[in-house]
Write a protein that binds this ligand. Structure first.
Ligand code: SF4
Length: 433
């Protein structure tokens, strides 16, 4: 059997696209290779949100050049770098056979056929890739079924390339979302994650995001429901109230803040200011007591002053996020922010370190509240260091725990928390206690 290898960078939507690419290849009779060297077909499923992942793709392509001279028949670049760079991928790496944008996954079989004779490219942003047949989708996550409900973005944040690579917003009809969820539940997935660039902008006919949460959380067999990523400008408090009412909607919300300074938020074109964001969080916390929040912060956006950076630190102290994905600003070519005056690299590095140190302290302190409690953990496998099981509480925090009895992946257990760490909790099985 010919073998394939799909290597994915980037967000959860890219991870799901990686599963879709793998599923299509398996439908065509390919088998998954354990390592790159064994594959006849390699597809790099790329991310261009920041500079680092994009550089990694081209570094990986240079390494794969050697394999092209051996058994590698077809080398493809998929995802956002493919969409953004198009022909430039072939110019920088002439041994690449396929360039395929994120909205063109259904073209993969035809691109593979064409690539046997000549280079093949499909980067239309008009395709509706939301209608992937659920019955052929093989998911790589052990417990969670991610389901794309909308794709693309109608915002124009001044630093972001996503509207160029993923196109304008397209929302999927509720019937096909529920159908995919039913297939996932039948296959044993009790945890569902709704995905979209701005998932809470989902709208179809007269139905909005709160209606979507209502319907999905009512599907029999859905024990944990999450969603990602929410745009603060459009997060409805009705959705927060529904989260509090429905036991199976997890009390977890990823709500990107990006910066604490209202001037910087305006330069970023985020469509909200600091007060709007903090008032929204206060409303959400009041509606969902104990909710766990995570966020994204960009450090050293062009022209950010020391005082403005400290406003981001103030927000972390005030809101106390459970986790923060923070990045030093890196310019994406073609975006308005790339033309703005950058903050010197040395200042950016120092600010980023201060922000990470502050957040580490917050997480170290706040996770201690779990010690002595018994929590519900969905088992995902064994811990990275081995000797323990690893799973998550509904609010997504990782728990590593010991158990005298063997446990199945995708089973739920009560775990007594004995220790806390900044990024995880630790305990022992308390089933039957
Ligand atoms: S909301 Fe802004 S940051 Fe998010 S994908 Fe759209 S343009 Fe990019």
């Amino acid at each position: 059997m010919p073998k394939y290898f799909v290597k994915t960078w980037g967000c959860q939507m890219n991870v799901l696209d990686g599963d879709k690419i793998a599923s299509l290849l398996e439908e065509l009779g390919y088998e998954k290779a354990d390592k790159l060297e064994d594959a006849n077909v390699i597809l790099l499923n790329t991310c261009s949100v920041r500079e680092g992942p994009e550089d990694k793709v081209f570094a990986e392509l240079s390494r794969l050049k050697k394999l092209k001279k051996k058994n590698l028949e077809i080398l493809g670049v998929a995802g956002c770098v493919a969409q953004q760079e198009k022909n430039a991928v072939f110019e920088r790496a002439p041994y690449v056979d396929i360039v395929m944008g994120p909205r063109s996954l259904s073209h993969l079989p035809a691109l593979l056929r064409q690539a046997r004779d000549q280079r093949a490219m499909e980067t239309s942003d008009k395709e509706d890739s939301l209608l992937f047949p659920p019955e052929i989708l093989r998911r790589s996550h052990p417990t969670k079924a991610s389901v794309t409900v909308m794709e693309g973005c109608n915002k124009r944040c001044s630093y972001c390339i996503v509207p160029e690579t993923r196109g304008r917003e397209v929302c999927r009809p509720i019937g096909s979302i529920l159908e995919e969820i039913s297939v996932a539940v039948e296959r044993g997935y009790s945890e569902i994650e709704l995905l979209g660039q701005n998932v809470n902008c989902w709208k179809h006919g007269n139905e909005d995001f709160t209606d979507l949460l209502d319907k999905v959380s009512s599907v029999a067999g859905v024990k944990r429901l999450k969603f990602m990523t929410s745009h603060p400008k459009h997060f409805p408090l009705e959705a927060a109230k529904l989260m509090a009412e429905r036991e199976n909607i997890c009390n977890f919300l990823h709500l990107p803040l990006q910066a604490g300074s209202s001037r910087i938020l305006k330069l970023m074109r985020r469509q909200y200011d600091r007060k709007f964001y903090t008032d929204l969080v206060a409303g959400i916390k009041a509606a969902v007591p104990g909710i766990v929040l995570s966020t994204d912060i960009i450090v050293a956006f062009p022209s950010e002053t020391e005082d403005e950076f400290e406003e981001s630190l103030e927000c972390l102290l005030e809101i106390r996020f459970d986790s923060v994905f923070s990045f030093r600003y890196s310019p994406r070519p073609g975006t308005p922010a790339a033309e703005m005056e950058p903050v010197p690299e040395i200042v950016a590095r120092e600010r980023h370190q201060r922000l990470m140190a502050l957040q580490l302290g917050i997480q170290t302190h706040d996770h201690a509240r779990f010690v002595g409690n018994t929590v519900e953990v969905l088992v995902e496998g064994v811990s990275k260091r081995g000797g323990q099981y690893m799973g998550r509480i509904p609010e997504t925090i990782v728990v590593n725990f010991t158990s005298d009895k063997a446990l199945k992946v995708n089973s739920c257990h009560r775990v007594e928390i004995q220790k806390s760490h900044p990024h995880s909790l630790e305990g022992r099985l308390a089933d039957g206690a």
